[in-house]
Design a protein around this ligand. Structure first.
Ligand code: FEO
Ligand code: CA
Ligand code: CA
Ligand code: CA
Length: 653
């Protein structure tokens, strides 16, 4: 990417960049003590203090339970965890998943085999306890794992990007989707996959999926192989996800646009505006699937792309369940969808749309959750209101409804609720939502109710012709990313207003980020860790997926460390409350070329599952940069991390 120089940053008022930044930070109370040039407090970890609260006893300082010895950034081609912990590869690309599935050999792969084996590029990981009615079991469960995308240059010997074969394309389609895998934790042997379990299942790019909710059947959803607009083949680019209280998975289609070719052949202005906003490929796609499957070619199948970009609900406990694309949740490049129940028992789903300057969403169901009626709950996400977030500069915010007939979404201009949902991004722009720095995971803290959103980075913020900085996105050319914390009015997740503050401005607190990379895009030189100041904070950048442990600590996986941070992506833990609020420490480091695409704790917090996605990315199978995990060729894999010794203990202790 071309470096962005300071003089290219739009300040909006004709002032110099330095003047604007000085003024902005001077009025931001959250940056007191973390301003440029302010000396860092250098303390022993046990004596660490927050600027917000005085130091209590050492025991009180660790009431969050995080006493592990942090690791450092690493460039080792292995998964590194703190002393006293072990990681084990649980599922790797190609592992047989269905009973009787063939063994995996990279030189004799087929689509038929791949459809029975663990897919490529594992992303979201969700643990669903077994049996279903002992819902807190932490030693036996179904692991649901998304397979976001494929790296054909690392899958096929001699792959030619200009001339992929039909077999290769069909293997890639079969390597997308999701795996359900039954796993068990044995007292001595640890975690193992049970291939004989009847719940094991593969969802691929060809699986029959229903389209439900308001957009089902709309004319834009109709194609030659499905004139009803209510059934589709497969799901693609499933990135993050979430779990419902009734035990289903929400798996989220993200960058679906890359699979569809020939936008430039479309002439209908409304359709062209939609395809352009979602970034559907103008000509041939890089993957070239359209050469073998007409549904990926807009010339031959003009509407197929509108049937992607949705949240899909699947019941892991029922292998015959037909997956449902829940259109009421909107059509974006969904990172994840996380669920919480409001006091009146309506279901609330938070979601980010992962692209520069896109939005944060929230769905509130019309019906209410009934813990005694699982079947009824499985239909709750088909009816409700989709909101989009407006973050005001004064620290308040509003949820703006995307409803036909409300505000600017007039019936004359927007036709139907189905049309609004298919065009979710355009409707959100029309109502004046806040354009954010790539919203990734958005998740409520189960202990405090506060919501945390990861804004991974946005190097275009404030550059020529692009939106400038604002209070919720305070860094020009934001390379390192940030985390926002917000509180819904009355702590009710169904509320339509909230207050918010910056929780973390990522980066290395010990490094002046402006001078660290002379040719790099401009960022601020300051970091901010909720006001906590210590030289022992682990540097982080590009926060992506998050989860919480039982004490309400935030666990963050990173995706893409810039050169200011010399190491691989990893997992980091940070208390959100108490005297160590903001004291972020690194727990895991991943392998060469990979990201940690997801992280999941068992209900008792004793096991951490992490997906190590795209190891070796940037290289080819002929000369792979990573040979993890088997010292042969890179294989995307899920690892299980546990504490060593007899008598298991929570992760982080
Ligand atoms: Fe697939 Fe937003 O990462
Ligand atoms: Ca999450
Ligand atoms: Ca990401
Ligand atoms: Ca992600």
């Amino acid at each position: 990417m071309k470096a962005v120089r300071k003089e290219e940053i739009a300040t909006g008022a004709g002032d110099t960049f330095e003047e604007v930044m000085t003024r902005r930070f001077a009025r931001r109370s959250f940056l007191k003590g973390a301003l440029a040039g302010a000396p860092l407090l250098v303390l022993n970890p046990l004596q660490s203090v927050s600027t917000a609260e005085p130091l209590g006893s050492a025991a009180a300082a660790h009431s969050n339970g995080l006493t592990f010895t942090p690791i450092s950034l690493s460039r080792t081609d292995d998964v590194i965890v703190p002393p006293g912990y072990s990681s084990k590869v649980l599922l790797r690309w190609g592992d047989p998943i269905l009973p009787g599935a063939p063994q995996f050999y990279i030189n004799s792969q087929s689509a038929e085999k791949q459809a029975q084996q663990f897919g490529y590029n594992c992303d979201f990981v969700g643990f669903f306890p077994l049996p279903r009615f002992r819902s807190n079991n932490s030693n036996s469960g179904i692991l649901a794992v998304n397979h976001e995308y494929t790296n054909p240059e690392l899958m096929f010997p001699g792959y030619s990007a200009n001339n992929p074969t039909e077999d290769q394309v069909n293997i890639e389609i079969a390597a997308h989707g999701l795996s359900f895998a039954a796993i068990r934790n044995y007292p001595r042997r640890g975690w193992h996959f049970d291939i004989e379990s009847p719940v094991n299942r593969r969802i691929t790019g060809e699986t029959e999926i229903d389209i439900t909710g308001p957009a089902a059947g709309h004319p834009w959803m109709q194609v030659s192989y499905d004139p009803t607009g209510a059934h589709v083949h497969g799901m693609f680019n499933n990135c993050g996800g979430g779990k419902t209280p009734w035990g289903t998975i929400l798996t989220c289609e993200e960058n679906f646009n890359q699979y569809f070719a020939n936008r430039s052949a479309v002439t209908d202005p409304a359709k062209l505006a939609n395809l352009t906003r979602y970034g559907v490929t103008a000509g041939a796609t890089e993957r070239k699937w359209e050469r073998f499957h007409s549904r990926f070619d807009l010339v031959q199948e003009p509407n197929e792309s509108y049937r992607f970009g949705w949240v899909v609900e699947i019941d892991p406990y029922n292998p015959d369940f037909v997956p449902k694309k829940r259109t009421a949740l909107g059509r974006t490049k969904h990172e994840a969808a996380t669920v919480v129940i409001a006091p009146d028992r309506r279901v609330v789903v938070y979601a980010g749309d992962d692209e520069r300057f896109e939005f944060v969403y929230k769905f509130v169901s019309k019906g209410t959750y009934d813990p005694r009626n699982r079947e009824a709950n499985i239909g709750l996400l088909d009816e409700g209101t989709l909101y989009v977030a407006k973050f005001n500069d004064d620290g308040t915010g509003e949820w703006l409804p995307l409803l036909l007939g409300e505000g600017r979404l007039t019936e004359e201009a927007w036709e139907s609720q189905a049309y609004i949902l298919i065009n979710t991004r355009l409707a959100a722009t029309a109502v004046g939502a806040t354009r954010m720095d790539r919203p990734e995971d958005i998740q409520p803290n189960p202990v405090t109710g506060k919501i945390y959103g990861a804004f991974t980075n946005n190097t275009q913020r404030g550059t020529t012709g692009r939106p400038g900085v604002d209070e919720p996105n305070p860094r020009p050319a934001n390379r390192h990313g940030h985390v926002i914390e917000w509180t819904e009015a009355d702590n009710d997740p169904s509320a339509t207003s909230f207050t918010w503050e910056i929780f973390i401005l990522c980066g290395d607190p010990k490094v002046n980020l402006l001078t660290a990379e002379p040719d790099a895009p401009v960022d601020t030189e300051t970091t901010y860790y909720a006001g906590f100041s210590s030289e022992d904070i682990s540097p982080i950048a590009s926060p992506d997926n998050v989860t919480f442990d039982g004490k309400g600590n935030l666990w963050i996986a990173s995706d893409g460390l810039p050169n200011t941070l010399p190491g691989h992506d990893g997992i980091f833990a940070v208390p959100t409350e108490g005297s160590e609020r903001g004291y972020l420490r690194q727990f895991l480091s991943a392998v060469i070329g990979s990201e940690v695409a997801s992280l999941e704790l068992t209900p008792n917090d004793h096991t951490l599952f992490a997906s190590i996605q795209h190891p070796g990315e940037g290289s080819t199978l002929a000369a792979p940069s990573s040979t993890w995990p088997d010292r042969t060729f890179p294989r995307p894999s899920v690892v299980a991390v546990t504490k060593d010794g007899i008598g298991r203990k929570p992760i982080g202790s």
